[in-house]
Design a protein. Structure first.
Length: 332
């Protein structure tokens, strides 16, 4: 499997998972089962997850391994803020807070701290391009995604991004699913909330085994929720939770895109982000051909409903741009 094939699979899997999970966002697993049984078909478009991943990829194409938080802040000020003339539809708390902090003249890392939503999964949802850019090098992928994260996140929000970037980088290098999740754990502190959540999710899978072949995932879903979900918190975009559930779905699906994503979105909570992360890592594992053709056919250029600056971009073209940037870097 070529590097370009894995890159295209990664971003196509991300977009498919985002779109499949979008109608299930903030729903409980029971409500998802009531409405769809098992959600398997893409009904509409993606969300800010795909658009922010495309924006992150553009930062890497422009700056490569030299990317700094100042570069990211400048890109927000030059390319995002001037086009925000009203509400940012679909944007997460951390991104909205970052826009306001930048407008006030603050600089990173304060821009990722003052809005008090630094633990959100806003970085994790857009972390995949950093893994694509650093195939086989989880540590560098984690370092690079942190440069982005310092603008909009803090604490566990940054660690969630590091974990996803590390897993994708390992998968891009040909790592098996278990090793890719091991790479995610290796780039975050062992005593962090993120690492503990991932570890608890992995332990559940080791005890329970893969999802039931007859489609009765209820007991496994409930066990994963019991292990990592913060039930008393009113919002679902908690990075350690979303990342742990997404990586659990990737393992439960054996690294296959359809199995990983359909199980991931069945977990509810921040279903679009869980689906996007699971799809990205599985897509890096399986390549473009691993993404179901019926899903790929539903993925078109993004509309820019959240980020007008990326309107008209298709994830496959973005993956090719990243692949070209990596080739240029290696040729120097």
């Amino acid at each position: 499997m070529t590097y370009r094939d894995r890159a295209r699979g990664c971003l196509l899997g991300l977009a498919a998972g985002d779109a499949l999970g979008a109608p299930a966002e903030n729903l409980t697993p029971a409500e998802i089962r009531r409405r769809w049984g098992r959600l398997t078909e893409i009904e509409g478009g993606g969300t800010d997850d795909t658009e922010y991943a495309i924006f992150a990829a553009s930062l890497l194409v422009a700056h490569g391994h030299d990317l700094t938080p100042a570069d990211v802040a400048a890109a927000y000020r030059e390319r995002i803020i001037p086009l925000v003339t009203g509400p940012m539809r679909g944007a997460g708390f951390s991104e909205l807070g970052t826009i306001e902090a930048l407008r006030r003249g603050l600089e990173p890392p304060l821009t990722g701290m003052v809005h008090q939503h630094g633990w959100s999964d806003g970085l994790a949802m857009r972390a995949a391009p950093y893994g694509i850019f650093c195939p086989g090098d989880p540590a560098e992928a984690a370092r690079l995604v942190e440069q982005d994260g310092l603008v909009s996140q803090s604490g566990e929000g940054i660690l969630g991004g590091r974990a996803v970037a590390g897993a994708v980088a390992a998968a891009m290098g040909g790592a098996a699913p278990g090793d890719a999740v091991g790479a995610a754990l290796a780039v975050v502190p062992a005593d962090s909330w993120t690492a503990r959540a991932i570890g608890r999710a992995v332990a559940v899978l080791e005890r329970s085994g893969p999802p039931s072949p007859d489609g009765d995932d209820g007991p496994l879903v409930e066990a994963l929720h019991e292990a990592v979900v913060v039930r008393h918190y009113p919002w679902t975009d908690v990075a350690p939770e979303a990342v742990a559930l997404a990586l659990a779905a990737y393992l439960a699906g054996g690294g296959q895109v359809e199995a990983s994503v359909t199980f991931g979105v069945s977990l509810g909570r921040d279903a679009d982000t869980i689906g996007a992360i699971a799809g990205a890592v599985a897509g890096a594992t399986s390549g473009e051909g691993g993404v179901p053709g019926r899903w790929a056919a539903r993925i078109g250029p993004v509309t820019g409903k959240c980020l007008p600056v990326v309107a008209g971009k298709h994830v496959l073209d973005v993956a090719d741009e990243l692949a070209g940037a990596v080739a240029d870097t290696r040729g120097r």
